[in-house]
Design a protein around this ligand. Structure first.
Ligand SMILES: [Zn+2]
Length: 467
């Protein structure tokens, strides 16, 4: 039974957690205990709380890994118990927003107009250096935060700092920036149940992260995107001219997510020609290719999210290439290998799957294979990296396992004991029928589980990493 007071009670609790240090600490302690217990998204724990603590527990259940399946609350009297399902369906009815192409100039006008109507704006400082007009005319506005997106500061603490800066009569949130910015601002909007409008300024974010309603922050101890909400963006606006200011690697990162979509969906129209055009460094880049690929990615993502909004099954296919990708990214962040941008890590993850000769995947069109190889050439210094000599193999393997287990996609706690890692293994174009019927329930994601030691062998065999 869903609590009819939700989400107004949820929003009230959010306000307390965002504004009040002691309530925040209480929430943090409860969340930490769940992480330590290893609760997964499919857990539905029974917890004993006082009436006062019940709202806090429900709030935590909503944001823990984007929502526990349910919690059963027992109050001391023993006669009151309530079960809360994952999120209010009304709040997440349409996770994929309508899509609007615009120019940089008119985006700026919309944002300024909304800001003057009460929207709070979160801007990516890296992008803002290209938005000269804003810098000259709108610097230091009280309804604006400019931040430097970093995984390290993608935390609830930063969200709290923003919320404390937010004027009390705020009517919505605008985010302009890359994936970190839109994830965080979307989470803030979701916590307060305010409309969220966003414009991705990186090709990577436009290709993937800023679409689909996944919002959230990292947990400093328990990993990436461990706290969050499924929360829709009400208006998703893309000014493709912003992608001209990106460097070639940043374009390649978006192309990696695009190739992932091509693998799942199959080739369509001029997609491969557009990818080929953008693989060549040139200035200016063909805007028609950028726009066409943004539209293609939007269409594919929309079909998956509509078929499976809360990532119970089908949507997990979008993690293709990400298990090994996240592993490489994590090793980079921990200083084991040089840092690797997300998109290039995904490209290496796709190549790993293609080279892993286990018979779980089909053959790929020649152009597709070449494009993946071409992206991997952008990795500098080139993989394979070798395990640092001064660290013994046991520690190296522990670091690997910790990274894999913290990965938000590895949710089965038994996996830790059995050291099994599952991979989505669809053949090329496996999901092409989603193009016809996005609510197709007959489709499922082919999976393959391999042991941890087998993964280590494969990383070596496929020239992904020498361990
Ligand atoms: Zn990705």
């Amino acid at each position: 039974m869903t609590d009819p007071a939700f989400p107004s009670e949820f929003v009230e609790t959010s306000r307390l957690i965002l504004q009040n240090d002691s309530t925040h600490k209480e929430a943090e302690a409860l969340l930490d205990s769940w992480f330590r217990e290893g609760l997964t998204r499919s857990s539905s724990p029974t917890i004993s709380v006082s009436q006062k603590e019940a709202a806090l527990a429900q709030w935590c259940a909503q944001v823990y890994k984007r929502g526990l399946r349910a919690i059963d609350l027992k109050t001391p009297a023993g006669d009151e118990s309530s079960v809360l399902g994952r999120q209010d369906p009304a709040a997440v009815s349409d996770l994929i927003p309508s899509f609007r192409e615009t120019s940089s100039e008119s985006l700026l006008e919309s944002v300024v107009a909304d800001r003057d109507r009460g929207f709070f704006c979160v801007l990516d400082g890296g992008f803002l250096k290209h938005w000269k007009k804003w810098q000259l005319e709108h610097k230091d506005h009280p309804k604006v935060v400019v931040h430097t997106p970093r995984e390290k500061t993608k935390t609830l603490d930063t969200i709290r700092a923003w919320a404390q800066k937010m004027p009390p009569n705020t009517s919505g949130v605008w985010s302009i920036g890359g994936g970190i910015t839109t994830d965080m601002a979307g989470f803030l909007a979701g916590l307060l149940h305010l409309p969220h409008r966003s414009s991705p300024t990186t090709f990577l974010s436009a290709s993937d992260a800023s679409l689909g309603g996944k919002t959230g922050v990292n947990h400093p101890l328990f990993g990436k995107n461990q706290l969050g909400l499924f929360y829709p963006t009400e208006d998703w606006v893309v000014a493709a001219e912003h992608f001209q200011s990106l460097n070639h690697v940043e374009i390649c990162c978006g192309l990696a997510e695009t190739l992932k979509h091509v693998w799942l969906w199959g080739e369509e129209g001029d997609t491969s020609t557009h990818i080929e055009q953008l693989l060549r460094p040139q200035s200016p880049r063909p805007e028609s290719a950028l726009k066409a690929l943004v539209q293609f990615n939007y269409k594919v993502k929309r079909a998956f999210v509509e078929a499976d909004p809360f990532e119970k099954g089908l949507r997990k296919a979008l993690n293709l290439g990400h298990t090994v990708g996240h592993l490489l990214e994590g090793l980079g962040e921990s200083g084991w290998i040089p840092p690797l941008p997300h998109g290039l890590a995904v490209a290496a993850g796709l190549r790993f799957l293609m080279r892993s000769d286990l018979g779980w995947v089909s053959t790929w069109p020649e152009g597709f294979e070449k494009a993946v190889e071409r992206l991997c050439q952008e990795i500098s210094p080139p993989l394979p990296q070798k395990c640092p000599g001064h660290i013994d193999t046991e520690n190296w393997e522990t670091a690997f396992w910790r990274l894999l287990r913290n990965d938000k996609k590895q949710e089965d706690p038994r996996a830790a004991a059995e050291m099994q890692i599952s991979f989505a293994t669809p053949s090329f174009g496996h999901f092409s029928s989603l193009a016809v019927n996005s609510s197709s329930s007959s489709l499922s994601v082919p999976q393959q589980k391999i042991s941890f030691s087998h993964l280590l062998q494969l990383l070596k065999k496929t020239d992904t990493l020498v361990v």
